[in-house]
Design a protein around this ligand. Structure first.
Ligand SMILES: [Ca+2]
Ligand SMILES: [Ca+2]
Length: 394
């Protein structure tokens, strides 16, 4: 355990240097910023299952009935139509260095899951395919040749708040790698999913989310699709709802963190952890929890300079797919995908990446108990064979 903790400290300290600043700077106020990676974790201290789902994927895609030109008359179950169009993407928040500058983006219309994928939905996928998530698999000697044998245990990263106020300069004070934590046991082996059937599934790594999407005949959204959808038709607004107030008319609009971070969660919005999906008002497109509840995987590789690159190269970026590779100065050598939307751990005391311009990042094999996903499908994906999505091979 000591080695694991040491490893975690090492990983955290590296991550805190993400923007060349100390952990106490505003830009690194990342209570809810899921930056931990298994590669760094295990290396410091120390696949995808056969889905048997080819027919199911093809059938599911066709069953959606997505037209090549027009939206279907009958919405796919649980999905809403996002009309597409041009919008301003990014943020001018001082803390969001990797989300600047504002730049113009166009996305085609697409269907998007109205909610984050739930435990109930993920359970159907697992029962149908026998899929085993990465957090349920013990890391192998081949994957982590330098790891100590006692560290090669299955588990995941869990928010473990301290009992009293602590300096906000060390993530280790509230994050732990917990043996036996996975989507079935979100807080560790003693926890379960009873009563959480409608809560978002967590502890899903990128590859796990991709596997689910393939089975469902869908794919993960690009970062541009997610942000376009999150904004709900609003232009350059700070939140995914209209106006400039975090609590319009005193109403809670998203599952975030209240109280004193990280030791005292007063749950004034009704939820200390995940909430059943759709517990808060939907945005302008009818999507729930595009801010807060759990972070959500996007298909883009993460680079902190990607927005600047787009702004420098084109007047309007059409359907941007993200950079061709991932570079994160915080953890050199690890490749990360984008997360969006923030989580139930976001608080303006520390970070507020529930704002639609906020960005998160994480290594593909790393899940946490505040990270999930939802899926999309575009018109052009109709009739494609399983796994042929332009996102799936990345
Ligand atoms: Ca909350
Ligand atoms: Ca969310």
């Amino acid at each position: 355990m000591l080695l694991r903790i040491t490893a975690l400290i090492f990983a955290v300290l590296i991550a805190c240097g993400a923007h060349g600043q100390t952990p106490t700077t505003a830009e690194n106020k990342s209570c809810c910023f899921p930056i931990l990676s298994r590669t760094t974790l295990f290396a410091a201290a120390t696949g995808t299952a056969d889905l048997a789902s080819a027919n199911g994927v093809k059938g599911a895609a066709n069953a959606l009935g997505v037209s090549a030109k027009t939206r279907p008359a009958k919405p796919p179950d649980g999905m809403v139509w996002i009309p597409g169009g041009e919008f301003s993407m990014g943020s001018d928040e001082p803390d969001f260095g990797d989300a600047r500058p504002w730049h113009r983006v166009y996305v085609d219309g697409f269907w998007m899951d109205k909610t984050e994928v739930t435990n109930e939905q993920f359970d159907k996928f697992v029962k149908a395919t026998g899929y085993v998530t990465i957090a349920e698999r013990a890391p192998t000697r081949e994957e982590f040749p330098d790891a100590q044998p006692e560290n090669l245990v299955a588990g995941s990263v869990v928010f473990t708040p301290p009992s009293e106020a602590v300096p906000l300069d060390n993530y280790l004070r509230w994050w732990s790698y917990v043996k036996g934590a996975n989507w079935r046991h979100p807080a560790g082996p003693a926890s379960d999913l009873k009563g959480k059937e409608k809560h978002p599934v967590v502890h899903v790594a990128y590859d796990d989310a991709v596997a689910y999407c393939k089975w469902a005949g869908k794919r993960l959204p690009t970062e541009a699709e997610f942000e376009f959808a999150a904004r709900g038709g609003l232009e350059r607004k700070p939140y995914v709802w209209d106006g400039d107030d975090f609590r319009p008319d005193g109403k809670w609009m998203a599952n975030t963190f209240q109280g004193h971070f990280p030791d005292k969660n007063t749950s004034e919005d009704g939820f200390a952890g995940t909430a059943p999906v759709g517990s808060f008002p939907p945005n302008g497109y009818g999507l729930s929890d595009m801010a807060g509840n759990v972070w959500e995987w996007c298909s883009d590789w993460y680079r902190p300079d990607y927005y600047q690159t787009l702004a420098d190269s084109v007047s309007v970026a059409h359907n941007p797919q993200g950079p061709v590779d991932s570079v994160d100065p915080a953890e050199p050598g690890t490749k990360k995908r984008v997360h969006k939307g923030g989580s139930y751990l976001c608080t303006d005391q520390y970070c507020k990446r529930y704002m639609p311009g906020g960005r998160g990042k994480g290594e593909s094999d790393t899940g946490t108990n505040h990270l999930g996903f939802r899926a999309v499908i575009t018109q052009s994906e109709q009739g494609k064979e399983p796994g042929t999505s332009h996102r799936s091979g990345r």
